[in-house]
Design a binder for this molecule. Structure first.
Ligand SMILES: *Cc1c(COP(=O)(O)O)cnc(C)c1O
Ligand code: SF4
Length: 357
C-alpha cells in the first residue's frame, strides 16, 4: 500500500491513538469526550510534530477539539450557505460556490487529511450539519455551460485525497472545456500529508500545458514545515506547479510578530509563496481563534513590511459572501496637501512625494 494511504488508514482520531503521540491534558480529554458528533483527527505524520507536553502547541490546538468550540457568540448559524451564496436565484449544483463572475470554487470531496478546528467550512467538514450532494460530473457539466468562468478552484475537503485516476480525470475533463484558462487546487496535503505527492501523482500533473495548474496550501505556523514538505513542494515545482500559501490568522497560534515573520520567511525558504492571510471567518464555534479584524493588517505592517522581502508578503483578506476584501493598515499616507504627500515607512520614519494632478 502507498505510504499516504497507510497514513490515512492510521488516522489519529481517537483518544487512545492520540495518547501514543502526546500526554493528553485533562482539558483535551474532556473536549474529545464531549465532541462525540464531530469529526476530528490528523495524519500520524502531522501528529508526530506535536509537542508532547505543551497543550499550547500550535499543532495540538489546530487538531484537538476544545470545549471553547461549544461557545458561540459571534459565529453565524448557516454560515456556509450565506458565505457561498447557496440560497441565491442562480441554479447551481451543490459542488459549485460562486462569488465572482470569472471564477468559482468547485468542491469535489468532504474528506480531509486533518480536520482543522478553525475550519470555516466546519458545518460541512467537521460538524456535518450541512449536507451537500457533491457530484463531479454535474459540476463539470455546469462549468461547460458557463463560458464566463475562466478559472476553477478545486477544493473540498481536500481534493488531493481523490485517487490519482480521479484527479487525472478531473483535470482532463476541465481542460476539455474551451473557456477554462486555469486550474487551481486548494489542499492542505503538502503540509499535513506530504507523502501524497508521489511520483505517480507528479506524472499525472506534469507536462507543459496551455491550462496551467496552481496549488495553494495552508500552513499556519513555522512548526508545520518539514523536510518532507520542502521535498514535496520541490517535486511539484519540477512539474511546473507553483505552490502558494493561504494562512489563517489564529489567535494564540500565529498572531505575534515573531511567529508571523518566521512563518512567512520559512515558507519562502522552501519555495512556497505566501498568497493570502485570511481573517478567521464568522463561522460558528471558532470564536476562540478570532482576533480583531485589524490584527492581520498590523502584523503585515509590523512583522513583514520593511523586515523581509516583498516576496514574503501575503495579502490580508477577509472572505465574505461578496468576495475577498483586502484589509490594509491605512497609516502609510500620513498627510497630503496640494504639493506633497507625507509618507511613513515601517520603522516610523517619514518621507515626501510630490502630488501629481
Ligand atoms: C476564494 C474564492 C475564489 C478565488 O479567489 P482568488 O482571489 O482568485 O484566489 C473563487 N471563488 C470563491 C467562491 C472563493 O471563495
Ligand atoms: S483541510 Fe481545509 S477543508 Fe479540511 S478541515 Fe482543514 S481547513 Fe477545513
Amino acid at each position: 500500500m502507498n505510504e499516504w494511504r497507510e497514513q490515512l488508514k492510521h488516522h489519529v482520531n481517537t483518544l487512545e491513538k492520540l495518547e501514543k503521540f502526546i500526554h493528553v491534558s485533562p482539558q483535551e480529554r474532556e473536549a474529545i469526550q464531549a465532541h462525540k458528533n464531530t469529526r476530528w483527527g490528523t495524519t500520524p505524520y502531522f501528529a508526530a510534530l506535536m509537542d508532547k507536553d505543551d497543550p499550547e502547541c500550535p499543532i495540538r490546538k489546530q487538531v484537538i477539539p476544545s470545549m471553547l468550540e461549544l461557545q458561540n457568540e459571534f459565529g453565524m448559524e448557516g454560515y456556509l450557505v450565506w458565505k457561498e451564496n447557496r440560497d441565491t436565484q442562480e441554479k447551481r449544483p451543490d459542488s459549485i460556490a460562486r462569488q465572482y463572475r470569472d471564477r468559482v470554487a468547485f468542491t469535489v470531496t468532504q474528506t480531509c487529511g486533518i480536520y482543522c478546528r478553525h475550519c470555516f467550512r466546519r458545518e460541512m467538514t467537521i460538524d456535518k450539519v450541512l449536507k451537500l450532494r457533491l457530484d463531479v460530473d454535474e459540476g463539470l457539466q455546469w462549468l461547460s455551460e458557463h463560458p464566463e468562468v475562466r478559472d476553477v478552484l478545486i477544493t473540498g475537503g481536500d481534493p488531493l485525497l481523490l485517487s490519482d485516476d480521479e484527479i487525472e480525470y478531473l483535470i482532463r475533463r476541465i481542460r476539455e472545456i474551451p473557456h477554462i484558462q486555469m486550474i487551481r487546487f486548494g489542499t492542505r496535503l503538502p503540509i499535513v500529508l506530504p507523502q501524497r505527492i508521489t511520483p505517480s501523482l507528479i506524472k499525472r500533473l506534469a507536462g507543459y500545458h496551455k491550462v496551467p495548474i496552481w496549488i495553494n496550501t495552508q500552513c499556519n505556523h513555522p512548526k508545520e514545515l518539514t523536510e518532507l514538505t520542502a521535498r514535496a513542494v520541490y517535486d511539484l515545482a519540477t512539474c511546473g506547479i507553483n505552490v502558494g500559501n493561504q494562512a489563517v490568522l489564529l489567535k494564540g497560534i500565529n498572531d505575534t510578530v515573531e511567529v508571523f515573520r518566521e512563518l512567512h520567511q520559512k515558507l519562502l525558504g522552501i519555495r512556497i509563496r505566501p498568497y493570502y492571510v485570511f481573517y478567521c471567518e464568522a463561522a460558528p464555534g471558532i470564536d476562540h481563534f478570532r482576533t480583531p479584524l485589524e490584527k492581520g493588517a498590523e502584523l503585515i505592517r509590523d512583522a513583514l513590511r520593511g523586515h523581509t522581502t516583498g516576496l514574503a508578503q501575503p495579502l490580508y483578506v477577509v472572505a465574505t459572501n461578496i468576495g475577498k476584501i483586502p484589509i490594509v493598515a491605512s497609516d502609510s499616507i500620513v498627510d497630503k496637501n496640494d504639493q506633497r504627500y507625507l509618507l511613513r515607512n515601517h520603522d516610523g520614519r517619514f518621507t515626501e512625494l510630490p502630488v501629481i494632478s
